[in-house]
Design a protein around this ligand. Sequence first.
Ligand code: ADP
Ligand code: F6P
Length: 322
Amino acid sequence: MNKVKRIAVLTSGGDAPGMNAAIRAVVRYGIGMGLEVYGVERGFQGLLDNLFVPMNMRSVSDIIHRGGTILKTARCLEFKTEEGQQKAIKNLKANKIDGLIVIGGDGSFMGAKALTDHGFPSIGIPGTIDNDLAYTDYTLGFDTACNTILDAINKIRDTMSSHERVSIIEVMGRNCGDLALYTGICGGAEVIIVPEHKITIDEIVDILGGSRASDKTSGIIVLAEGAGRAPELKAELSERTALTVKSTVLGHIQRGGSPSCRDRYLGTCFGVHAVQLLQKGIGNRIVGIRQNEIYDMDIVEGCSMKKKFNLELYETAQIVSR
Ligand code: ADP
Ligand code: F6P
């Protein structure tokens, strides 16, 4: 095995708060360990377009508290093709890069795997607000997004309780209900709607009716985007009940913003761990956190794990919000 001298880092897929903390850790820890570190701009697209930027300690100054990613991110269809991957490897080799760190979600991890399959060591760091990766308890950005959503729920609750209304708040997460589940619990939502567990319109009407009967005069429904659309649910509930129902689609506000302490911490630990793997010439691994321990596992194994829905937590949430 040749000694690893130069590594690169890129961000891919949807940005997430904490990505900058991870980039900073990769750059500074890498340089601290005697490596040369390059940033690749615009995700896998940057590998094809040769967007390699040499990084130094000052390249990552003043970024740990910033949302988004200083390296920019992209979704790149060409990289999914054999020709695209060959072009990427050619550019990586031309820039004398010995190993790559990919910060992104499961799609980006498939990109990292493709590179390792072509003999180029790559490591994945989970960066997505969705928390939809089974092998890790938390992904970078999830905690910050939860806090942003909670802030919105708190504000919406103020006006809902003043006017005695019910509000549906639609949150992101693709096919994963974690953002809705955690913020629903912590925001005291009377109803939480997630893709992993079916709830009928009759059940929702019953919960809201019970809530009114027990002297609650307002209500919050948190709806995961993977389970339905807020304006449609609002129309249905307005037709089925006498309640005044409002709806808010939070949108991209929940993906931006200064990362929380937890996401800065995770970004730093993930970045350091990824560099340590590459230093040993190890590729094809994804870094994660399980029971509070930073660890790594095989990309294919990790990506094929199916996320288990926490039904007990979901049912508890319904009870404690009554
Ligand atoms: P995320 O990483 O957040 O899941 P995407 O699914 O959009 O986001 O994937 C990000 C990028 O990863 C894609 O635009 C593509 O460049 C790359 N990618 C996704 N799937 C594959 C694949 N099967 N093989 C190679 N590259 C992939
Ligand atoms: O994967 C992160 C995410 O924010 C999802 O929650 C959401 O469905 C999607 O990306 C939105 O993507 P875009 O910004 O491309 O509309």
